[in-house]
Design a protein around this ligand. Structure first.
Ligand SMILES: C[S@@+](CC[C@H](N)C(=O)[O-])C[C@H]1O[C@@H](n2cnc3c(N)ncnc32)[C@H](O)[C@@H]1O
Length: 138
């Protein structure tokens, strides 16, 4: 999907997003818990996390709540999703919101962990190897 189609698709889902996901994605909550459990750092360690395609921030919330000293960048190209993420995480320290396209924009650098939940399938097959290199470099 091109960028505009992705935005148009997700901006209409924002209000009902968690309920919709629980209806159509088997194990939606368990998958998120698994990602958090796979983060190979102590829960009190200082670390920087990049969440690619954060959506309304359910994964970001679990990471920030689970890792007391984590700084997290929540990145998404759908402004409505990023706003919903900001609302969900409102008040938590160390969270930065980035309106950006992970296909074309700089990912940044210095991250200890890069996570993505249900967002990388928007990359075309040919883009995936190069994208993995960029994510690893970040
Ligand atoms: C299915 S939602 C997943 C949201 C969240 N990670 C979760 O697991 O609930 C996919 C999200 O990825 C975002 N997204 C898709 N392609 C993107 C891109 N190229 N750059 C940034 N965000 C993107 C969409 O806007 C949407 O918010």
């Amino acid at each position: 999907m091109d960028t505009k189609s992705v935005r148009d698709h997700f901006r209409i889902q924002v209000a009902d997003y968690p309920a919709l996901m629980r209806r159509i994605i088997p194990g939606y909550d368990e998958q998120r818990d698994l990602i958090v459990r796979l983060i190979p750092f102590n829960h009190d360690q200082r670390l920087r996390v990049l969440d690619l395609g954060c959506g309304p921030g359910l994964l970001a919330e679990e990471i920030v709540d689970g890792f007391a000293n984590a700084g997290l960048t929540a990145l998404d190209l759908t402004s409505e999703m990023l706003e919903a993420c900001r609302t969900r995480l409102g008040g938590r320290a160390g969270v930065e919101y980035r309106f950006a396209d992970f296909r074309t924009d700089e990912l940044g650098s210095g991250y200890d962990v890069v996570v993505a939940s249900l967002s990388l399938h928007h990359l075309a097959l040919a883009e995936r190897p190069g994208f993995c290199e960029r994510a690893f470099a970040a």
